[in-house]
Design a binder for this molecule. Sequence first.
Ligand code: SF4
Length: 189
Amino acid sequence: MRYKFDRNNLCLNDISNARASISIQEQGTGNMKLTPFFKEGIQFECQGSGKGCVSHGEYGEVYMTLEDRKRMAKDLGMKLAPFTAKYCHQVDSVWALKPNPAGGDCIFLKNKKCSVYLGRPTQCRTWPFWPDVMNARTWKKEIASFCPGVGKGRTHTAEEMILAATEQTESEKALRQERAENIKKARRS
Ligand code: SF4
């Protein structure tokens, strides 16, 4: 899943608000205004269309934290350094998967399917429950109308979605830390 990494802003607010809203609702205040749109859960199941794995607009990178690189390298039976050299490049001082030179899509998208599904990066595993799209407007405009998996398969609970969004937020934090370290390293060399 391609992502736009905003290196300056953490996306914790929506998730904190969502947690607060759920807890308020569970306490019986009935404050519907504060209830997140996904309180009742959302049906989602990947349809294997590969639509999220092709380059589109500003959502154009598959970012790789150190943990993501380690996991995928292991999944492919490779050591970290050769894996990174072969499949990754730095974008704005963080690691991302190299695009397919034939067209810019993810290099691991084969016949419209992910060829590294078990070892796929965090942003692919947490899709479509990313913090910066978990608001009613963006969800309707950019996610439900774009991703064929929305509305299909099992219903994910609000708690599950919050867990996925929290994992994505932690991954973004790790990317920011790695970016700062990479910049320091580049300055020293
Ligand atoms: S790693 Fe797999 S799921 Fe992620 S963008 Fe590439 S093909 Fe898609």
